[in-house]
Each structure stands twice: as structure tokens, then as C-alpha cells.
Design a protein around this ligand. Sequence first.
Ligand code: PRT
Ligand code: ZN
Length: 283
Amino acid sequence: MLRIAIQKSGRLSQESLDLIKECNIKVNDGKGKLKSNARNFPLEILYLRDDDIPGYVADKVADIGIVGLNVVLEKEKNLLTLLRLGFSKCRLSLAVPKEIDYRGLEFLNNKNIATSYPNITNRFLKEKGIRADIHEISGSVEIAPGIGLADAICDIVSSGSTLISNGLKEVETILHSEAVLIGNKELSAEKNKTLDQLIFRINAVQKARSFKYILLNAPNDKIEDIINILPGMKSPTVVPLAMEGWSSLHSVINEDKFWEIIDSLKQAGAQGILVVPIEKMIM
Ligand code: PRT
Ligand code: ZN
């Protein structure tokens, strides 16, 4: 039985649980629960505060966990980062009052910086040769400059609107973060086997999310051109339509690329274009 720790309630909770469910692992939601067992996979789920997850995985209370990379790096535990999961993307940035004429990191020399991420901030400043005083505060970091507690802050930024509404501007990005799967370094052979199965399924789910199945109709004399426009469409399935001289093309493509080339596809004569989600993709 493999034990995974996920956030009980917060920004990571729903997507962590959704990912497990998309791997066809059947679990009950953790509302009000400390743990639950999957019904069709040897997985036990612990619902915890995100800050506790790296420590619990390092201490083997849980074998693996899903948590923000920012929290993993801040806690400095001896862990494996197994996979980037692509959700809860954000950055850890330095910000100063907007009226400051900020010209570079030297501004921070001998200044006070408020943050909930003292370790990451310290490491960054040390690397850059800056000496500043770090004040650790656990919440509402963005109000620190306004009440005279700090000259700058280092905090998580997503849309940037919290900074703006507090009269601050982002001046340096220290880290690009997202949810990651972490693991203990010394799992038994049996647990590692289950973990490999889980990672295999997560990879299949993640690939399927970024690729789409595409179907389109085209006159036979345009098929060659269309195949040349579609990236990675080396050997699409070409099926004749009931209408004489027309075919249907089927293939799998990266969704991002598809939106770049939609106009040229239409110009080349593609009609009735369907883009369909893929549930799992095994390569
Ligand atoms: O209760 P528990 O300790 O489990 O949760 P928590 O309150 O500590 O964490 P939570 O749920 O707020 O965030 C969990 C993780 O989500 C973080 O560790 C990040 O990896 C990630 N994440 C993604 C964010 C944000 N986006 C985010 N916008 N974490 C925090 N914020 C906050 C930020 O602190 C700031 O106050 O949102 C504000 C900035 O947002 P914008 O959009 O205004 O820039
Ligand atoms: Zn937390």
C-alpha cells in the first residue's frame, strides 16, 4: 500500500484529487477526513496542510505527496521531486512599493524584506551577493511595506492583482512554481512498483491533456497540402467519404500548435474540423 499526502483544503486540493481520479483510481473526497483508501488501487490518501507535506514525506509518514515546488524548496527536506504536474502555476517574486525607482538588486542592500519564504529568499540573495534583513511573516505579506514593516516583500504572485492593489510592483522573479509530485528516497521495492504504476498513469493523463484528436474533411487533391501544414502528422488515417473525391483525415496533434495553424488549414481546403479530447495516451 502506497501512501500519498495531498492538501486537505486549499488551492491544490481539487486538482490533486482530480488527477488521482483521472488515473482511474476511485476515492472518496477528503471532506472532513484525515485519510481514505482507494477502492481499486493500492493507494491510501492522507489529507494534510500543504506546509506539512514535505516533512511528512521525508519522515515516511507518507511515501509520496503533491505540493507546490515553492513549499518543497522552502522546507529543504531530503526528497525526490518525481514529476512536475502542470497545475497551480505561480511565481515567487520580489516586489517593492510602486513609486520606488528600482534599478536592480543593489536596491535591496541593507533593506528589510518581509516573506513567508525566508530560506528561498536568503539563498537567492546570497547567490547574488546582496545583504538584506529577512523578516519571516506567515500571512498577508503584501501589507508589510504599507505599514512600515519592510522595504520590500518576497511572495507568491499569480495574476499580480494582489501586488497592484497594495501599491507594489514585481521587480524580480526568484522561482517559477507549480504543483509537483515528491517522494521519499527510500521506498520498499513493493511501494516503488506501485509508484511506477501511478507515474505511468499520470504521464498518460498529462499527455492526453495536451494532445487532441483531430478529424477534418478535405478534397482528395488537397490532402497532401494539409498533411504538410499539420505538424507531426506524418501518417494520418485517411478514410474516403461517401461523397466522391473527398476524404476524412484523422490524427493526434498538440493543441497549442493546432490553434496556430487553423487559418492555413482552412485556406488549404479543410472543412468540418473536429477537435476531440483524448482520455488517455500511451506512447
Ligand atoms: O491551509 P494550507 O496551509 O494547506 O494552505 P495555504 O493557504 O498555505 O496554501 P494555498 O492553498 O493558498 O496555496 C497552495 C499552493 O498554491 C501554494 O504553495 C502555491 O504553490 C500555489 N499557488 C498558486 C498560490 C497562488 N497560486 C496564489 N496566488 N499560492 C498563493 N497565492 C496567493 C499569494 O500568496 C498572494 O497572496 O495569492 C496571492 C497572489 O495572487 P494574485 O493572483 O493576486 O497575484
Ligand atoms: Zn500552507
